[in-house]
Design a protein around this ligand. Structure first.
Ligand code: NCD
Length: 316
């Protein structure tokens, strides 16, 4: 699959728009090897021994932060976590000063999440040595989530090219949707979007391979996978959808709607879920759901990313 001469060493991971097909394939191949490490009795390889990683999170996170931390630790790196609420950020320290501070400590990688779009790219201009890995910048990008979704699809379907994937819900506020769309299009996946008109950027329908639907039913018809997005209640402006009940009725994924997709349809959700809103509990925990597996794949993909950007190679 991936060409031998592709290297991600030293590459800042800002968004999947910067990733070629070969680069994505390299991450996915490496993640497959990494996943076997997670299943070992002793989950420790020396691939990143002597390297140090800081996670710098200005927004809440359960999965992303802890999976980057776990990934670094399984690979033998030293990992330190800084979260906004318990650091000098509450004393008003600027992003620039915080970045310079962690650089001075010698970190090799800064994994960061920030509410401002472009924050990770800004960080690349502030520091010189560390590699920046964007773990979510506002509504812009969440590249490792996009990659883990691709990895989960590949593991289940055995290929990516030619798949039909529906992405449902709050496309407008979703960095996951944006990274999914870039990554999926790069890999030849047909993308079908649906959600309330107020949450659907119309310009996307002009892009090749992207189809925007008014009705969820039309988007999920014969889909190989459905990626259900969380309604980003914290980023909402008033009036984007009538009521939670109405949203669940018109756009929520339940067993009745699932029947419209392919028989072996895969359900993805980045978490955290609003159960009963965008997804019903029976779908979230049902046979088609890969939601828990996505979490494990998130560790494998982040192990792959960290190894590739810090060492350029693969783990032993
Ligand atoms: C996503 C995020 O924070 O962008 N969550 C995650 O990383 N698993 C999605 C979301 O919050 O809806």
């Amino acid at each position: 699959m991936a060409k031998n001469n592709v290297s991600l060493r030293g590459k800042h991971v800002l968004g999947l728009e910067d990733f070629s097909r070969d680069e994505i394939e390299l991450v996915l191949e490496t993640a497959k090897e990494m996943k076997s490490i997670i299943h070992r009795d002793i989950k420790k390889v020396p691939a990143l021994r002597g390297k140090s990683i800081v996670t710098l999170f200005y927004e809440p996170s359960t999965r992303t932060r802890s999976s980057f931390e776990t990934a670094g630790k399984y690979l033998g790196a030293d990992v330190v976590n800084i979260t906004a609420g318990t650091s000098s950020i509450v004393k008003g320290e600027s992003l620039r000063d915080t970045l310079l501070t962690v650089e001075a400590m010698g970190f090799d990688a800064i994994v960061m999440r920030h509410k401002q779009e472009g924050a990770a790219e800004y960080a690349t201009k502030v520091v010189t040595h560390p590699v920046i890995v964007n773990a979510g910048d506002g509504a812009h990008a969440h590249p490792s989530q996009g990659l883990l979704n691709l990895f989960t699809l590949l593991q289940h379907k055995g290929k990516l090219e030619g798949l039909k994937v529906a992405i449902l819900g709050d496309i407008l506020h979703s960095r996951v949707a944006r990274s999914d769309i870039w990554g999926m299009r790069r890999m030849g996946i047909e993308v079908h979007l649906a959600g309330p008109g107020t949450m659907l950027p119309r310009f996307l329908s002009e892009e090749p391979g992207i189809f925007v639907h008014e009705r969820v039913e039309d988007a999920i018809k014969d889909a190989d996978a459905i990626n259900v997005l969380r309604i980003q209640l914290e980023r909402q402006k008033a009036g984007l959808f009538p009521s939670k009940r109405e949203y669940a009725r018109l756009y929520g994924i339940n067993n009745a709607r699932l029947a419209l997709a392919k028989k072996d349809v895969l359900i993805l959700h980045p978490g955290p879920m609003n159960k009963g809103l965008e997804i019903s509990p029976e779908v979230a925990y049902g046979d088609h759901s890969a939601i828990q597996e996505q979490v494990q794949n998130g560790v494998a993909v982040r192990m792959a990313l960290l190894t590739l950007v810090l060492m350029g190679g693969k783990a032993q």
